[in-house]
Design a protein around this ligand. Structure first.
Ligand SMILES: [Zn+2]
Length: 113
């Protein structure tokens, strides 16, 4: 994965850039009842409006496949220091998985900013 390559270069300069920071997260299961706040119909829509790019990534950040049918998944960082919920666009298959994965920190949109 591109993110890991950039980090493993151990380039002092590239590590300074926030956009290259990979964060380990895990899916929050049982959040499907948790609907997106007004005026958003879906969490995907919420993510698109609040993310600075307003563009869903072309590839799923978890499996690397083309993101043809993205969902706004609820995730939480694998750290006790940050218990906030975030939305990240991933594919439906990955939304079912419950193993942790690395994602660029800039792809995380907080649920309650
Ligand atoms: Zn995926």
């Amino acid at each position: 994965m591109r993110v890991q390559t950039e980090l493993s270069e151990n380039n002092e300069h590239s590590q300074c850039f926030f956009k290259n920071m990979a964060i380990r997260v895990h899916n929050l299961n049982g959040t499907s009842d948790n609907s997106a706040p007004e005026p958003y119909n879906t969490w995907k829509e919420y993510w698109k409006k609040l993310h600075p790019s307003h563009m869903i990534p072309m590839r799923c950040p978890r499996c690397g496949r083309f993101l043809l049918d993205p969902v706004g998944a609820h995730v939480q960082k694998d750290t006790l220091l940050d218990r906030k919920w975030y939305i990240v666009p991933i594919c439906r298959g990955c939304n079912q998985a419950n193993t942790s994965f690395d994602v660029e920190s800039t792809l995380l949109v907080p649920v309650n900013p």
